[in-house]
Design a binder for this molecule. Structure first.
Ligand code: ADP
Ligand code: MG
Length: 644
């Protein structure tokens, strides 16, 4: 998805699509360039074939030059009225200066190349728009709604939350929803960047823009339009494109002075040399097209590369900041570990049986998404237990859950939390639960047992901690609400500088504030339990954010998957973005500076200057396009894995 810098062929293709006015305008300019260019070429041919008929050649050149100048001047006038830009104004002045010189063939050639440069510039600036158009193409415009057991084709836009629709294999989902009937493999690469298909069955969530591969699915619509994950992604790309980097702000501030300086320089050059050639060359070469393109092309390319990898950046300033991060604070459960816990010990006290303990705990956790809750649900299901009906339920993030079952208040959570409520948590022998995460289960005021869980490190954890060090990260830390003994075991296995155990969410916040005093810090967590810490960090990175509004809202950067390898990749992308912007600006400024000096001293011809202008824009675009490929090895690897 989201390929920012399309080739011209693709652009022509989408330019033909109906209703796409911006690209129709661009097509109009291409048409004018072709026609005007034709007249100029014709003028050269005439001059060569019929040297004695100079009038014919001149006439063709005038038509060509005027044709080519029209769109340039009209763009400049529009900008002047809007007070928007200054570049088009400079380009127009350069074109007019060339015509004033009276050599219309030359003026035509100059106008031709400047127009080409403008076309390139205006199209590249539309990169974000185009990324979004590609996203829009991912959702079908019609859907099959099930009304009274029959499928009726309706407009996808008319779907409402709660409608029931059917999606056949090979089709993309038009909206977000929950599976009611059927089973299928779904490719979510368009959102997560991970092409490994996922199996979906009843009660699983499916997302707009992802592809249903193998089976027919009946689903209930849960989110439509802007509320879908894909809709959020669109918002993020738009926001990223709209946000300006500091360097662009500086350039904008001084742009007005630049135009005036160049005009004065032109006057000075004219008064000293009386050479129209030099003035025209100066005006042409001074157009800062390459500088203008330097930042936006790089930004759009990197946002697109990130999006392809399932990394969503809310503001470009966050993407820029990533390169300057020096410390990382990771949550443990579900971040460094895979968060797929398994129950390893059921330890009831008194008359309660292990099965009863499990049944009560699983019933209490029915509404929670916490890894412990999911592990309990899974085991209860495998054991074939019928869960109890629950009344009011309340989850305290990072502490536990409290529900009513019948007349009893059941609490499942960490020891400290229960103790704070005045319960006595009979401490068990530590040997019994060594290396296990433990939650206690209480019924009214008595603790009826504890449950031990085990978790394992993600395969990629060690590697990414290594990679981060290579990328210049000075300090990596782990914070967890889990017990000291578990944290210690995990920390011993990986290259981590520091860890904190038994943290409440507010303790995590304090720790992040502390680290912030010495380093610029990024916090990586699940975005739900860890939201406060994510917001505290200079950069908050939420993992597994697909479908979770809280995660997307609390983070500055959201990773749609749980693949930690995206974290070092993000830092790498950010550094590369900086390098490329700097290269572009350097090349652009050097080009203008050297060009101006050569022009003033008559070392450069006007036509050569115009050709150089067009070439410089192409150079900048190619340089920026290198960003699109960042992380390609990851996506390739994943799609190979998917084919196996
Ligand atoms: P981590 O920092 O390792 O991700 P959390 O902050 O999510 O851990 O939770 C810390 C501790 O709080 C857990 O180890 C568990 O004991 C308890 N806890 C949190 N949520 C729940 C829940 N829904 N059910 C039971 N215990 C919970
Ligand atoms: Mg957590």
């Amino acid at each position: 998805m989201a390929k920012a810098l399309n080739s011209t062929e693709q652009e022509k293709g989408s330019g033909n699509m109906s209703g796409d006015t911006t690209s129709e305008k661009a097509m109009g300019k291409v048409g004018i360039a072709v026609i005007g260019g034709g007249f100029i070429l014709n003028s050269y041919l005439l001059g060569w074939l019929l040297p004695e008929q100079a009038f014919a050649a001149d006439f063709s050149a005038i038509i060509g030059a005027v044709t080519l100048a029209c769109p340039i001047v009209s763009a400049a006038v529009k900008d002047l009225i809007k007070g928007a830009g200054y570049v088009n104004v400079l380009v127009a002045l350069a074109t007019l200066a060339a015509m004033v010189g009276g050599n219309f063939q030359m003026a035509g050639v100059i106008a031709f190349f400047l127009l080409i440069a403008i076309i390139i510039e205006s199209r590249t600036a539309r990169g974000a728009q185009r990324s979004i158009e590609e996203l829009v193409k991912l959702t079908p415009s019609t859907a099959r709604k099930i009304i009274d057991g029959k499928e009726v084709e309706v407009q996808a836009l008319d779907l409402k939350v709660g409608d029931i629709i059917s999606v056949r294999p090979g089709e993309n989902f038009p909206v977000d929803g929950r599976v009611l009937k059927g089973e299928s493999a779904v490719n979510q690469a368009s959102i997560t960047g991970e092409s490994l298909p996922l199996d979906k069955a009843k009660d699983d969530d499916v997302y707009a823009g992802t592809q249903n591969l193998t089976g027919k699915i009946e689903m209930e619509v849960t989110k439509i339009g802007e509320d879908t994950t894909l809709g959020k992604v669109k918002d993020m790309i738009m926001a990223a494109e709209g946000s300006r980097t500091p360097i662009v702000r500086i350039i904008d501030r001084y742009a007005g002075y630049y135009t005036i300086t160049i005009l004065m320089l032109a006057v000075v050059t004219w008064s000293f040399t009386q050479s129209m050639d030099r003035v025209v060359t100066l005006m042409v070469i001074a157009c800062p097209l390459a500088i203008v393109l330097a930042t936006p092309t790089a930004i759009v390319a990197s946002v697109a590369a990130a999006a392809r990898l399932g990394i969503f950046v809310k503001s470009i300033s966050h993407l820029e900041l990533a390169a300057r991060i020096r410390a990382f604070v990771f949550d443990k459960t579900g971040t460094l570990t895979d968060g797929i816990l398994s129950v390893t010990k059921l330890s009831p006290v008194g008359k309660t049986s292990p099965a009863e303990l499990l049944k009560i705990a699983a019933s209490a956790e029915i509404h929670s998404n916490h890894p412990t809750a999911i592990a309990l649900q899974k085991l209860a299901k495998e054991a074939g237990l019928d869960l109890e009906k629950t009344g009011t339920a309340k989850e305290e993030h990072g502490k536990g859950v409290e529900v009513t079952i019948g007349k009893k208040t059941i609490r499942v959570g960490r020891a400290a939390w229960l103790e704070k409520m005045g319960l006595t948590v009979g401490k068990h022998h530590d040997d019994e639960s060594h290396g296990m995460s433990v939650v206690y289960v209480a019924s009214n005021d008595t603790v009826i047992g504890w449950i031990g869980f085990k978790d394992k490190l993600r395969n990629e954890t060690s590697q990414i901690l290594d990679d981060l060090k290579t990328l210049g990260i000075k300090h990596c830390a782990m914070v967890t609400g889990d017990r000291e003994s578990v944290a210690k075991t995990i920390a011993a296995d990986i290259l981590i500088d520091e860890y904190r155990a038994d943290c409440l969410p507010e303790d995590k916040v304090e720790y992040v504030k502390d680290i912030k005093k010495s380093f610029r810090v990024a916090v990586v967590g699940d975005g739900v339990n860890d939201a406060p810490a994510l917001v505290t960090g200079d950069l908050g990175i939420a993992m597994g954010a697909i479908g979770s509004d809280i995660a997307v809202n609390s983070a500055s950067i959201a990773l749609m998957t749980n693949d930690l390898r995206r974290v070092p990749l993000l830092i790498f992308l950010s550094k590369k973005l900086r390098t490329i912007i700097n290269q572009n600006l350097f090349v652009g400024m050097l080009f203008v500076l050297v060009g101006i000096i050569m022009a003033v001293f008559g070392e450069l011809k006007p036509v050569a200057a115009a050709i150089l202008q067009a070439l410089s824009t192409v150079l900048i675009i190619f340089n920026s396009a290198r960003l699109v490929r960042v992380g390609e090895e990851l996506t390739l690897e994943e799609s190979h894995a998917a084919q196996k």
